[in-house]
Design a protein around this ligand. Structure first.
Ligand SMILES: Cc1cc2nc3c(=O)[nH]c(=O)nc-3n(C[C@H](O)[C@H](O)[C@H](O)COP(=O)(O)OP(=O)(O)OC[C@H]3O[C@@H](n4cnc5c(N)ncnc54)[C@H](O)[C@@H]3O)c2cc1C
Length: 404
């Protein structure tokens, strides 16, 4: 039998595409590698699943960091974060706004999100434990080969995800299909993950556990900056600002062998602090500085620079400069970014230039679509990635319906 459409992969992207096809009574089949759908979805948002966020389409796109982000305009216009909220509402699951930014299911369970996505799909439309091994085009028909079966379809939607958390089934298979079909792609690399620093492990052990709110962290060579909360860990650095910068730090390390980051421990400039210190020459420098940050940080600075704690008037100008430089422009070397398999998201995937932004269809191969994280589209933590998966899934399936 020849199916109208085969969807490969039952994550949020594939399941949303299935919902659209189901509603339109299409003779389709979803092939899922695992014994159940949405294994990664279940892990998301600390098992609470941050489904989407409250941003307008323009703000959503503006926040993304890759150059071709406008590609998403059509998908989000056709199915936005607000449409995501409406979809779940219609499927019996209310999404609740948290901290005026992220939407989580009112049940606080990612399982509810998966259940809502799967609710309307007829059981005979999903085949489990069907890992697709090969995808061929034979004239107007696609041949989809799994370990045990061969399926045929007029349209194929690839929704196999990236290479992050491969134990959930997302093991980069979509790029294998792309390679075979001569479709351009970028290898998956880590994004939204932790970074390692042997310098922190050896020289700044005392800072482990220190958490600094709203730091502007800059990658020195790239001059890329981002602001957010920062955390010193036993292996290096973490926190939202680091997660967000991790893909750029990875690129910097690939190019230069390591990456130099800089940030200030305090909210004041060096000049402001100098002025403040000079207004009270009889006071101790370290005591004054502790009022801007923590004792622990000031102790580490004095120990690292091997400077004796003295009064302002007694501290050499050169020493004062070194202390203030370290306080306001701390530098740290990063040697490694967490592997792509352990990163929350992957950069890379199907080159968006080969896809039609109005449909997610491969321009050179009619009736073949790539959706979700298998494409070179990703966002920061905060509901962006599931929204991208749902929105591109909706767009591709709607295009299939409207052009049949
Ligand atoms: C721990 C963690 C937490 C996260 N939290 C959030 C969050 O709160 N909010 C957010 O927006 N994003 C979050 N993300 C990112 C988000 O989960 C992904 O971006 C999203 O799941 C991508 O959806 P997808 O459908 O494209 O791919 P996936 O969810 O990866 O689904 C791909 C599916 O395809 C199947 N598959 C793969 N290869 C084959 C094959 N050859 N044959 C058949 N089936 C195949 C897989 O088994 C899988 O079911 C998180 C990621 C992780 C790892």
């Amino acid at each position: 039998m020849i199916y109208h459409t085969i969807i490969i992969g039952g994550g949020p992207a594939g399941l949303m595409a299935a919902n659209v096809l189901e509603k339109n009574n299409i003779n389709y089949l979803l092939l899922e590698k695992n014994e159940k759908c949405g294994k990664k979805l279940l892990l998301t948002g600390g098992r609470r699943c941050n489904v989407t966020n409250h941003l307008s389409i323009r703000d959503f796109i503006d926040t993304l960091t890759f150059k071709h982000k406008r590609f998403l305009y059509s998908a989000l216009t056709q199915f936005s974060g607000q449409d995501v909220i409406r979809f779940f509402d219609l499927h019996g699951l209310r999404l609740v706004l948290e901290n005026n930014f992220k939407y989580f299911p009112e049940t606080e369970k990612s399982l509810s999100v998966l259940e809502a996505l799967i609710k309307d799909i007829k059981p005979n439309h999903i085949k489990y434990q069907q890992a697709v091994k090969e995808l061929h085009q034979e004239e107007d028909i696609f041949k989809v080969v799994t370990k045990t079966d061969v399926f045929y379809a007029k349209h194929v939607v690839v929704a196999t995800g990236s290479n992050s958390f491969p134990s959930t089934g997302s093991s980069g298979d979509g790029l294998v299909f792309a390679k075979h079909l001569n479709i351009n792609y970028f290898p998956f690399t880590p994004a939204e993950t932790h970074i390692y620093s042997s310098q922190i492990k050896s020289s700044y052990k005392a800072l482990q556990g220190v958490s600094l709110p709203k730091r502007v962290v800059t990658i020195k060579k790239q001059k890329t900056s981002y602001q957010g909360d920062l955390l010193f860990t036993h292996f290096g650095l973490s926190g939202p600002v680091v997660m967000h910068l991790s893909e750029f730090i990875y690129a910097d390390i690939q190019e230069h062998g390591s990456s130099l980051l800089t940030f200030s421990f305090v909210d004041k400039t060096k000049e402001e602090i100098l002025e403040h210190l000079q207004s009270d020459g009889a006071s101790y420098v370290h005591k004054q500085l502790e009022s801007f940050t923590t004792k622990k940080i000031i102790d580490v600075i004095y120990e690292t620079l091997n400077i004796e704690k003295k009064k302002v008037a007694e501290t050499k100008k050169q020493d004062l400069n070194r202390i203030l430089d370290m306080l306001t422009a701390f530098e740290v070397v990063i040697d490694k970014v967490e592997d792509k398999e352990k990163a929350y998201v992957n950069k890379g995937g199907i080159d968006t230039k080969v896809l039609d932004p109005k449909s997610m269809e491969v321009k050179a191969i009619k009736h073949l679509y790539f959706i979700g994280e298998v494409t070179d589209l990703h966002g920061p933590i905060g509901g962006y990635n599931i929204t991208i998966a749902l929105s591109t899934g909706h767009l591709a399936a709607s295009h299939i319906i409207n052009h049949t």
